[in-house]
Design a binder for this molecule. Sequence first.
Ligand code: NAD
Length: 736
Amino acid sequence: MSDSNFKVDTDSDGIALITWDMPGRSMNVIDLTVIEELGAIVETLVADSAVKGAVITSGKDTFCAGADLTLLESLTRAFAEMAKTQGEEAASKVLFEESRKLSQLYRRIETSGKPFVAAINGTALGGGFELCLGCHHRVASDNPKTRVGLPEIKIGLFPGAGGTQRVARMLQPADALQLLLKGDQLRLSRAKAMKLIDNVVPAADLVKAAKDWIKAGGKAEAPWDVKGFKNPGGLVFSKAGMMVFPAANAIYRRETYDNYPAARAILQTVFDGLQLPMDLALQVESRWFAKILRSKEAAAMIRTLFVSMQDLNKGARRPANVPATKLKKVGVIGAGFMGAGIAYVSAQAGLEVVLIDRDQAAADKGKTHSHGLMSDQVNKGRATAADRDAVLARITPTSDYGALQGCDLVIEAVFEDRKVKAETVAKAQAVVPDIVFGSNTSTLPISSLAENAKDPAKFVGIHFFSPVEKMLLVEIIMGEKTGDVALATALDFVRAIRKTPIVVNDSRGFYTSRVVGTYIREGHLMLTEGVPAAMIENVGRMAGMPVGPLSLNDEVAVDLAWKILKATEADLGAAAIDARQKQLLSDLVEKHGRLGRKNAKGFYDYPEKGPKKLWPGLADLQPQHLDPDTIDIDGIKKRLLAIQALETARCFEEGVLTDVREADVGSILGFGFAPFSGGTLSYIDMMGTKAFVALCQTLEKAHGARFKPTKLLLEMAERNETFYGRFAPGARRAAA
Ligand code: NAD
């Protein structure tokens, strides 16, 4: 037996300490060898009459990060191969048996007859936390960084190693469903209050406390295996149960529009499982788990939201020839809405920040933003007053450009005005001529802004999304002359502030704004065709978007859309815009002064009290009105997603995007493109390029040339290719 992932020490009291410490890894994860080794250790200990019980802990800073997702990927790949040669049924059987091994191991621990205690020294997530739940007792060390939880739903999966059944028997069913469906990571205080953790002790006492529980006669039996056990929420078919499950179903529909098979599986598994004894309930869970593992949605979400995101975070696009930049001090020019946010996230990451605005008062106001955000954290117990003071101490607000001396990087977030931006570059470069300069412009081409710089090779777009502290994505834009040092520095900065970067080439609207613009435009055009506004908004969410296109336009500002449309017409001619959209925006902005949420008047009204409501005047701006009963909902849904996927394919073909991973990750993190699809290009791959081209052609006939499939798509459809097949991640296309 190889036990290289675990060390076992049995003390003189007969209590075994199993220390999980995978060699060559910074964190413990569950893979096949772990399952085999832990299984063998458990059997040895159970067979040894000298052993009274066991404590499981970790030799790393954290307990366990969960299952190795590459293991899950390889399981599903093996399933697909086997299904081809031996048929779906035989393959399903093997997948079921393989994917339940972990669940069986945890059940073996639970029913071994000897007490097992989880000594949780740090974060325990997913399969790692399920191991803790499979133990008879859980003690944690009071490490403020520790988080526990079952976040599988975030990548289209659900806890398949007993997690759904154990939490459903430990918590009220509504709380259990919430934990499983939201995938929240809990602090220890919360986990203890929910009784998911039994005890929290000082780190130095952790193992002793675990062993003491065994010595004090801790029982080797889970509550649900004791005769007469009652679920905390009572029977499913009871008055209390009926208060929860039908409502949960309705909430599930409202929140997911039935787009997430894993969420549906959680509801089903908990509902069915609570009516069964534990062993049968675990079988039900395993069946659903194997089914979800095979779902296209899980495969796409794991690929984009785990594998690709991790690749990008680790610097997949960083030029290897540039040594790591050690950023210590950054300058942020423009302390307005965006600049204040950039200063905050930088200071929070431990960087010194010089925050410049036109006068001291404006710069100070920018810093106040950080004060507000940190105070919120303190009030919520997520930071201490000392943390707040330390973050604030790192931000120096000033109107003196001389303070930029010593900065390793400068980012401007001044008004969206070429002249103001040019002046800013000149003033900054008079002080720090040689460092990399980043622009947070959202619409101005980077290549032309770079002309103001002393060295355009050191000029790069660093495009943040609002609100900066919440949005995980940063879009880095390469101007024609941007060089490797600028790119590497920008990527090092994004890594330092713990956000995810995508790197795109310069283009009108770059990548994200360009694609988002098509979603918003489609909403506008539907309105002009006579689709009721409420229907457009609801169908946008049904399609999987976080908000409808009209709400989204209100958030980014209706007058901004109007400004961009006018600029596009001026630069590219009348054929580049849609006259119906022009009329609508002109009416809204020029005639009715409806600018969006910012003046509480957009597609919606924003009363001081109560929720926003669609503006009744919209109906008067519609040249025609369709009978809602005649509208093809599924058609609108597809139209709203297809236009974005098609625009992404265009960006890819033009070389604005050069890596399929960035297209997908950018679309989900940047504008919330239907996460279950895995992103804009995965959406095409999931549907199949042939079917996508056919859909575009149908839409082209009905709605015009903007749906015309591109040359590349036609070629790929002809050859039955996928984006991920033809442009394997990492194999970049040359910029056009
Ligand atoms: P804002 O008006 O809130 O802030 C701009 C700030 O720049 C103001 O505080 C202003 O006083 C300051 N400023 C102007 N000229 C200056 C100068 N010469 N020197 C120093 N400070 C100067 O605008 P914002 O929304 O923060 O946008 C800033 C930039 O970020 C723009 O380029 C915008 O396109 C871009 N952007 C905005 C968003 C968004 O959602 N608002 C998103 C991404 C990018």
